[in-house]
Design a protein around this ligand. Structure first.
Ligand SMILES: [Zn+2]
Ligand SMILES: [Zn+2]
Length: 356
């Protein structure tokens, strides 16, 4: 079974060839189908901003290990005890790559993202010809969502959780920093939630254009413009009620606290380098300004709502760059170039099923 795997840990863009990480397509054994499992032939699997970090060894795993957690596909086989979920062979689906155990203390306490039994046999890679996951991980796609769009369910779930953590109120002034897929999706979700003065902060012109076409009222180029002055201009000197970071960039997050209004919220909705520490003056930002700072790890509970809004999102710009599974190494290079906000792998040709 062809699967995209990290065969050497390292930075994928490292100029030193000896240190550079390697992603390639290798053969993995077919996974067994347990009684509550679902076998899915993968249609599309998109590259996540986190994948290069995983290849760098963020989670410290032994090579080779497979990649891929943003998938859509078609059910080809059901375990004998899967009737509870109402799934059928032939269903078009998208998935949550995490299987929460449901019985550990964090799971019982409503904090499934901290499930103590995640490192189990269900950690299976989605950039593959097929995957076997537990029925609790599988969601049926509505007819109006194509398989290509469906692979964006997982990143959409993160955008939904960002809105949850932000506790946005209708009319809040909102800035999003970083116009990658999570930033673009978060922008659209926050717009739906009543965001005003909606601003995308992003150095790449094409990504600012995408944001303007999908709901941003303002854009700021943080390199060519004075970010704080522009934010003042847009918010009449008051600052934003909500600032979301979706850039994951230590350089970009530095100035964000100063964009928030007194009593405002800053959501760090990205993956950050292990060793980065944000300077934070407690007297100023937490005592005098009463800012709320929060973050997002993964998105339990957000999948059903992500599926509800998927048909209402503008996804064309996030589904333009599609590569065959075999060309995964090239697709990763295109992802790293930043040319497209999202790069998608086509793992099987299942699109005509969309016409049914
Ligand atoms: Zn992802
Ligand atoms: Zn658990």
């Amino acid at each position: 079974m062809k699967t995209v795997a990290v065969t050497k840990v390292g930075r994928l863009a490292d100029p030193d060839e000896d240190a550079r990480g390697t992603v390639e397509v290798i053969d993995f054994p077919r996974q067994p189908l347990g009684p509550e499992d679902v076998r899915i032939r993968i249609a599309y699997s998109s590259i996540c901003g986190s994948d290069p970090h995983v290849a760098e060894g963020f989670f410290r795993r032994d090579v080779p290990f497979g990649l891929g957690h943003e998938v859509s596909g078609v059910i080809v086989e059901l375990g004998e005890r899967t009737t509870r979920s109402g799934l059928s062979v032939g269903d078009r689906v998208a998935c949550n790559f995490l299987k929460f155990c449901g019985v550990c203390r964090p799971c019982l306490d409503g904090r499934q993202q901290f499930c103590e039994n995640l490192r189990n046999e269900y950690r299976r890679p989605g950039m593959s010809e097929e995957v076997v996951w537990h029925e609790s991980q599988v969601y049926r796609l509505p007819d109006s969502v194509s398989l290509l769009e469906g692979c964006l369910l997982e990143p959409t779930s993160i955008a939904v959780r960002i809105a949850d953590k932000a506790r946005i109120r209708v009319g809040d002034r909102v800035a999003v920093c970083g116009g990658g897929p999570i930033g673009q999706l978060a922008l659209q979700v926050l717009k739906m939630s009543g965001a005003t003065s909606l601003t995308m902060i992003e150095p790449i012109a094409e990504r600012r254009e995408i944001a303007l076409a999908t709901g941003a009222e303002h854009v700021i180029d943080p390199i060519a413009e004075d970010q704080a002055a522009r934010a003042d201009e847009i918010t009449d000197g008051r600052g934003y009620d909500l600032v979301v970071d979706a850039s994951g960039s230590p350089r970009a997050v530095r100035g964000l606290l100063d964009l928030a209004t007194k009593g405002g919220t800053v959501v760090y909705g990205a993956m950050y380098p292990h060793d980065y520490e944000l300077p934070l003056n407690l007297a100023e930002y937490l005592y005098q300004r009463e800012l709320t700072l929060t973050g997002v790890f993964v998105a339990p509970y957000a999948f059903p709502r992500a599926m509800q809004i998927l048909p209402h999102l503008e996804l064309a710009e996030l589904t333009r760059a599609v590569f065959p599974l075999e060309d995964a190494a090239e697709a990763f290079q295109v992802h790293l170039s930043g040319k497209h906000p999202k790069v998608v792998l086509k793992c099987n040709d299942l699109d005509d099923l969309d016409l049914q």
